[in-house]
Design a protein around this ligand. Structure first.
Ligand SMILES: [Zn+2]
Length: 284
């Protein structure tokens, strides 16, 4: 019995350990999807409701980390959470950068967003695709592509190989951007109340950023999704804000936290707004 307990603990720790490696953490994805669902057109809201699994009870945010949970057995999906670029090149080029570790083209977060968007355009038709999965993947990856270190450098695996301290705690830089900045912000400014944090971001969308929102939503020409743009912004933010001032062994405290927090808030807002805009274009 004791042996099985130890095994169980080992498996659970393993899952938690690796869950943090890719993607906004639980909070970031939840926030992105909450913002998105509140901005859906009636037609898109109806389609999302029909496609969501029953257990989600029409709450997209509750299943937004599904893609992180399944990558241990749907192993092919694991490279689809990010798109890293060669070291110190602060730009994203689809042909150069969108591939998995075996060099298979299109297998990155940008290719995945395009692919699941195309699948969802089959909604209402006789289709070979599992559109519930497509919706959950798309919703998750739209969050990931907005986390700047999901478009980091290949050499340090988007900051995963850079050890830093987040205040007193040992952490890697990727995880700081996945979770620590968001969690510290929620604790310090919102009394750990996620709903209050989401309301504050939504307030900014309708006030501070109101003249920018339309620009975030639009895709050039008549594309349904335009993740190339989001990845380009991502690697620029990674260079300008995430990597900068955070070399190996650095201690990241208030200076780093308070100056990076606006970027994290902006990316969460853009992720939510753009997921909604994309779903609204898909389900016209
Ligand atoms: Zn992810």
């Amino acid at each position: 019995m004791e042996y099985y307990k130890i095994q169980l603990v080992a498996i659970v720790s393993f899952i938690f350990l690796f869950q943090n490696i890719q993607g906004w953490g639980e909070e970031g994805h939840y926030i992105t999807c909450k913002i998105a669902q509140s901005r859906l057109s009636d037609t898109a809201a109806e389609a999302v409701k029909k496609l969501l699994p029953d257990y989600a009870q029409n709450d997209l945010a509750s299943v937004c980390t599904w893609a992180d949970r399944v990558k241990f057995y749907l192993r092919w999906s694991s490279p689809l959470h990010y798109a890293d670029t060669p070291p110190r090149l602060c730009n994203f080029q689809y042909n150069r950068d969108c591939k998995d570790l075996d060099g298979v083209k299109g297998r990155c977060v940008v290719g995945a967003i395009n692919n699941y968007t195309t699948q969802l355009l089959d909604y209402g038709k006789d289709t070979q695709y599992n559109l519930t999965q497509a919706l959950l993947f798309l919703s998750h990856f739209m969050g990931d592509v907005h986390q700047p270190l999901h478009t980091g450098f290949t050499t340090d695996k988007g900051g995963n190989l850079i050890d830093v301290h987040w205040y007193r705690r040992k952490q890697n830089l990727h995880h700081v951007w996945d979770a620590n900045i968001i969690e510290t912000e929620e604790e310090r400014f919102y009394d750990s109340n996620r709903d209050d944090f989401i309301s504050a971001i939504q307030d900014n969308i309708t006030k501070t950023w109101s003249d920018k929102v339309e620009g975030w939503e639009i895709c050039s020409s008549d594309e349904t999704a335009c993740p190339n743009t989001y990845a380009s912004e991502g690697i620029q933010a990674a260079c300008q804000w995430a990597y900068k001032g955070a070399p190996e062994d650095s201690v990241l405290e208030d200076d780093y936290f308070l100056s990076r927090l606006p970027i994290v808030n902006l990316r969460l807002a853009q992720g939510g707004v753009r997921l909604a805009a994309t779903l609204n274009r898909i389900f016209k």
